[in-house]
Design a binder for this molecule. Structure first.
Ligand code: PEP
Ligand code: MN
Length: 335
């Protein structure tokens, strides 16, 4: 078990807790993580030893037991679901949040055409990566800062909100001005310094599940962001590695209702990177919304076959429109 003490906890009461535990034959170790004093001690509920005296100390912030390490993300920490708001838009389990757009920001024309199309069809969020974390260093890596003006213009002219991936701590500062939701990609779910840096902002963060991450690891990554003070985390299931090779990843549909039971935070699904093929995307998106997802993030392109990255999985505008209608219908009849 861990006793997280307040940063200003006085030495006297801290030592008193340790002494009382020692009196009960419990070994307690005091250490500090970034100025926060923490007492670790081994304890089994089955030992039936009364340690409730700990709760009486004002200097105790939280007690974390082994079964429940989810201090900020866990459902028991809040008895209602977190609603994340971006100006007048809220991300919750009411109307699903639909995010669509290209894998990569490529040109001004592409960005404006996509933003106008989405806006006309009532979609409030456009995705698009300026920096692309690609498996091969020899393929398109994103246009980088050169695309900032495109997303800025798209936002200003259409009011569309921008979702974009951040790869490096040094990019957070200026992206913060133009991006409405930061995306942490699957490869960076374990990049704790980056997560901590995003935790120091107040901007919503879509935290994609690492491609081989357990639910526990995923929630702990969210803890890294929230522990720094940013409560606006949105989980995104995007498929995981399994023995199957017929899709790019295996969409873990079960993670949706499971996470709803574990956490008060919203969860959305990326069917595009799960499927890896446009033909499969609609079915996965529909299953996700039916399973209770708070939204989806889908790759679309004005000319899918010309997409500079992930062209095989991009939906055309027409395919997306058809799907969007069905998703809203499914959402209207789910419980
Ligand atoms: C993306 O959204 O374009 C992307 C690279 O996703 P992921 O991190 O899930 O692979
Ligand atoms: Mn992509």
């Amino acid at each position: 078990m861990l006793i997280i003490l307040k940063k200003n906890a006085d030495k006297h009461s801290t030592q008193e807790i340790i002494n009382k535990l020692n009196d009960l034959n419990i070994t307690a170790i005091l250490y500090n993580i970034e100025d926060t004093p923490i007492i670790h001690f081994s304890y089994n509920i089955s030992d039936n030893i009364d340690v409730s005296f700990i709760n009486r100390y004002d200097t105790v912030k939280t007690i974390v037991n082994n079964e429940n390490p989810y201090i900020k993300t866990g459902k028991q920490q809040k008895n209602h679901k977190s609603v994340i708001t971006i100006s007048d838009i809220s991300i919750d389990s009411g109307t699903p949040t639909i995010i669509a757009g290209p894998c990569s920001i490529e040109s001004r024309e592409q960005v404006m055409e996509t933003a106008c199309f989405l806006k006309e069809n009532g979609v409030k969020f456009m995705r698009g990566g300026l920096f692309k974390p690609r498996t091969s260093p020899y393929v398109f890596q994103g246009i980088g800062l050169g695309g900032i003006d495109f997303i800025k213009e798209a936002g200003e002219r259409t009011g569309i909100r921008i979702v974009s991936e951040v790869l490096e701590i040094s990019d957070i500062g200026y992206l913060n001005e133009y991006v409405d939701i930061f995306q942490i990609g699957t490869r960076n779910m374990y990049n704790y310094p980056l997560l901590k840096a995003l935790g120091k902002t107040s901007k919503p963060v879509i935290l994609k599940r690492g491609m081989s991450a357990t639910i526990h690891e995923w929630m702990m990554s969210a803890e890294y962001i929230m522990h720094e003070g940013n409560p606006n985390v949105i989980f995104c299931e995007r498929g995981i590695r399994t023995f199957n090779t017929y899709t790019r990843n295996t969409l873990d549909i079960t993670a949706i209702p499971y996470m709803k039971g574990m956490s008060h935070l919203p969860i959305i699904v990326d069917p595009s990177h799960s499927a890896g093929r446009s033909r499969l995307v609609p079915a996965l998106a529909k299953a996700s919304i039916a399973s209770g997802a708070d939204g989806v993030i889908i790759e679309i392109h004005n000319e899918p076959h010309k997409s500079k990255s992930d062209s095989e999985q991009a939906l055309s505008f027409e395919e997306f429109l058809k799907l969007n209608r069905v998703l809203l219908e499914i959402a209207s009849i789910r419980d």
